[in-house]
Design a protein around this ligand. Structure first.
Ligand code: SF4
Ligand code: SF4
Length: 111
């Protein structure tokens, strides 16, 4: 399948997870991201590391209101998000697991 088939704004699957520690900030993020670029209430600390809040089954920075999957902090998004390539094995795995627009995650109520 061509990469052209993978439209992130129409997908957003990799921005969903029921795993609370799905998205960790790496040391590169701590060094690069301005302190106020990711609001403190969008993060939590555990074991000396910072994680982005996924408590509602999706990234707290993901906006779906327009019918598109839009990252509210795109210019400041963590390294893990930057490294996630549309059309990659991990991308296709996320789509299979979570569904387009996270439909499979959203179908399961939070525990
Ligand atoms: S799962 Fe793939 S196509 Fe979907 S938003 Fe993530 S990188 Fe883009
Ligand atoms: S920071 Fe942006 S790109 Fe990364 S998981 Fe959250 S919404 Fe998706």
């Amino acid at each position: 399948m061509s990469d052209l088939a993978f439209d992130c704004v129409a997908c957003g699957a990799c921005c969903f997870s029921r795993h609370p520690r799905y998205l960790v900030l790496l040391p590169e993020d701590q060094a690069r991201i301005a302190p106020d670029a990711l609001p403190a209430d969008s993060l939590f600390e555990e074991g000396g590391r910072s994680f982005v809040d996924f408590s509602c089954g999706q990234c707290t920075h993901l906006g779906l209101e327009t019918g598109q999957a839009l990252c509210a902090v795109y210019d400041h998004r963590p390294e893990a998000c930057r490294a996630f390539r549309a059309g990659s094995f991990e991308c296709q795995k996320a789509i299979r697991a979570n569904g387009v627009m996270g439909e499979k995650v959203r179908a399961v109520p939070a525990a």
